[in-house]
Unconditional design. Structure first.
Length: 460
C-alpha cells in the first residue's frame, strides 16, 4: 500500500511551507529517511525525508508552490500501485478532507499602481480568506487587497505581502490629518509662527516692488551634460532567506536605539584550558571550540544582571527566567541563521560543545526546524572566525542585547606587577555588546561585560 508524504507542520506557529526543490523525480527509487524535497518557511529552509522505502510514485505540487501543513504532496510505494489522482488534506485524527482550492505558484510582483483604491477588508472579492491582522492593516491604509500579489496558499495575501506592498507604495495610514502628525513632533521640530518665521519669498511678495528697468534677457541655459553610459551589471535574485534577513535587520534598527560597548579580554586561562581538554573532548566524539566558553560566561553574566535577559514591551520590561542562548551560524553566501540552545544554564562545557556542534551541523545541512530558531533570550555572534577583530552587530529582535566575539590573537600587552610594568604576549580578544538603550543604560551594559570578562580571565 502506498505511503503518504504529508507537508509537515514545521513549528508551533507555522501553518504552511513553500516547496523549494524536489530532490527526487517521479519514478525514482527512494529509501526511508532519504531527503525527498526542500521546504521553506518564514523561519528556516529544511529537508523533508521519505517516510518509507520504494519509488516516488506521484508528485502533486511543483516547485515554488506554497502548501498548507497536513496536505498530501506526494506518494511513495511500489511500482504499479494505485495512487489518488488529486491531493487532499489529512486532519488531526487522520480523516481525509478535500482541498478547498489548489495552491498556486506565487505570482511575480506587478509594478506599483499609481494610487491604491480603498476596499472593504476581510475577504477580497472572489479570493481566499485573509487573517484579521491583514484585514485591519488593509482598512488602516485603505488598500484594495485584490491589487496586492499574495504568496500564501491559493494566492492568499499574508502580512509580509501587505508590508512589502505598503513599502513599495510609500503609503501612510488614512485619516491622519497633517495637524495631528505635526502635533506628534517634539516642540523643537514644529514649525515656528509669527513674522520672524515667515519665508523670505512671502516677505518679498508682501513688500511693494520698486520700479526698475527691465532686466536683459537671460542667456539660454547650458545644454545638459551627456548621459553617462550605463555600466554593465547583473541582478542577483533575492532568496527568501536574504529577504527575511533584510526585513529583520531594518526592523531591528528602526525598533531599538542601538548602543555598543567594547571590552578587551585576556584569554590566557581559557586557551590553556582549551588546549588541555581538546583531545579529551575529541575522544568523546565532541569537537571543542571557544564558543561554549563564551556561552557559559554570558549565562553567568545574565544571572548576575538579569535585566539583559529581557524584552521591551509597552506594559513594561519582560525579564525571562530561562536562558535560551542564540548562536549565529553563517551559511556562506546564503546568509546566516540563529539556532537557539534552550536552557543553556543547565549544560556543562562538554554539553554545550555538543549542542553547538549539533545545531551548527544541522543548520548547514538545512535540517533545522522552526522551533530550533525560536525563543532566544540573548544572542552571541562569533564574527572572529572570519578574522574580524570587533564589530557592532545588530540586535536580534525582540531581545535586549547581542554579544559579538572577535578574533583571538596574540599581541603584546602591558601588565602591572609589584616590580613595575612589564611587556608580555597574551591571547587577547575584543568583545562587544550591542544593547537596546530603551531597556538598559551604559553602566548596566558595562557591568554585564565586566562580569563576562571576569569569568573568562579567571577560568579554572
Amino acid at each position: 500500500m502506498p505511503t503518504q508524504v504529508i507537508m509537515p507542520q514545521l513549528g508551533e506557529s507555522v501553518v504552511e511551507g513553500k516547496i523549494l526543490r524536489w530532490l527526487k523525480r517521479e519514478g525514482e527509487p527512494v529509501r526511508q529517511f532519504e531527503p525527498l524535497l526542500e521546504v521553506e518557511t518564514e523561519k528556516v529552509t529544511t529537508e523533508v525525508t521519505a517516510p518509507a522505502d520504494g519509488v516516488l510514485l506521484k508528485i502533486y505540487f511543483p516547485e515554488g508552490v506554497t502548501v498548507r501543513a497536513g496536505t498530501l504532496i506526494a506518494m511513495v510505494g511500489q511500482p504499479g500501485e494505485p495512487v489518488p489522482e488529486r491531493p487532499y488534506r489529512v486532519g488531526h485524527g487522520g480523516e481525509i478532507e478535500p482541498l478547498e482550492e489548489t495552491p498556486a505558484v506565487a505570482p511575480a510582483a506587478p509594478p506599483p499602481s499609481p494610487a491604491p483604491e480603498p476596499a472593504p477588508a476581510g475577504r477580497p472579492s472572489g479570493g481566499p480568506r485573509i487573517s484579521p491582522v491583514v484585514a485591519k492593516m488593509a482598512a488602516e491604509y485603505g488598500i484594495d487587497l485584490s491589487k496586492v500579489p499574495g504568496t500564501g496558499e491559493g494566492g492568499r495575501v499574508t502580512k509580509k505581502d501587505l508590508l512589502a506592498y505598503i513599502e513599495r507604495m510609500k503609503l501612510q495610514p488614512v485619516g491622519a490629518p497633517a495637524a495631528a502628525r505635526e502635533a506628534e513632533l517634539p516642540p523643537w521640530e514644529q514649525p515656528g509662527t509669527g513674522e520672524l518665521f515667515r519665508p523670505t519669498e512671502e516677505v518679498l511678495r508682501a513688500a511693494p516692488a520698486p520700479a526698475v528697468a527691465p532686466a536683459p534677457a537671460a542667456p539660454p541655459p547650458p545644454p545638459p551634460p551627456p548621459t553617462a553610459p550605463t555600466m554593465p551589471y547583473e541582478v542577483v535574485p533575492l532568496t527568501s532567506m536574504r529577504r527575511a534577513i533584510a526585513e529583520h535587520m531594518v526592523r531591528s534598527k528602526h525598533t531599538s536605539p542601538h548602543v555598543t560597548t567594547v571590552f578587551e579580554v585576556d584569554m590566557s586561562r581559557v586557551m590553556a584550558h582549551y588546549e588541555a581538554n581538546r583531545a579529551a573532548f575529541e575522544r568523546e566524539g565532541v569537537r571543542l571550540t571557544l564558543t561554549p566558553y563564551f556561552i557559559m560566561a554570558a549565562v553567568a553574566a545574565l544571572k548576575a544582571y538579569p535585566i539583559l535577559n529581557s524584552t521591551w514591551t509597552e506594559e513594561g520590561i519582560r525579564v525571562y527566567k530561562v536562558y535560551h542562548i542564540g548562536v549565529a551560524v553563517s551559511l556562506g553566501e546564503e546568509g546566516l541563521i540563529v539556532p537557539v540552545i534552550k536552557n543553556a544554564d543547565t549544560y556543562s562545557l562538554i554539553g554545550l560543545a555538543r549542542a553547538v556542534n549539533d545545531l551548527a551541523e544541522r543548520a548547514r545541512r538545512r535540517q533545522l526546524k522552526p522551533d530550533d530558531v525560536q525563543g532566544g533570550t540573548f544572542t552571541i555572534t562569533n564574527h572572529g572566525v572570519s578574522g574580524s577583530l570587533f564589530a557592532t552587530p545588530i540586535i536580534h529582535q525582540p531581545q535586549c542585547a547581542i554579544m559579538g566575539v572577535g578574533r583571538v590573537h596574540k599581541r603584546p600587552v602591558v601588565l602591572e606587577t609589584p616590580q613595575g610594568d612589564v611587556l608580555a604576549i597574551r591571547p587577547m580578544v575584543y568583545l562587544t555588546l550591542t544593547f537596546d538603550h530603551r531597556i538598559i543604560d551604559g553602566a548596566q551594559a558595562d557591568a554585564f561585560m565586566s562580569k563576562v570578562k571576569a569569568v573568562l580571565e579567571n577560568w579554572t
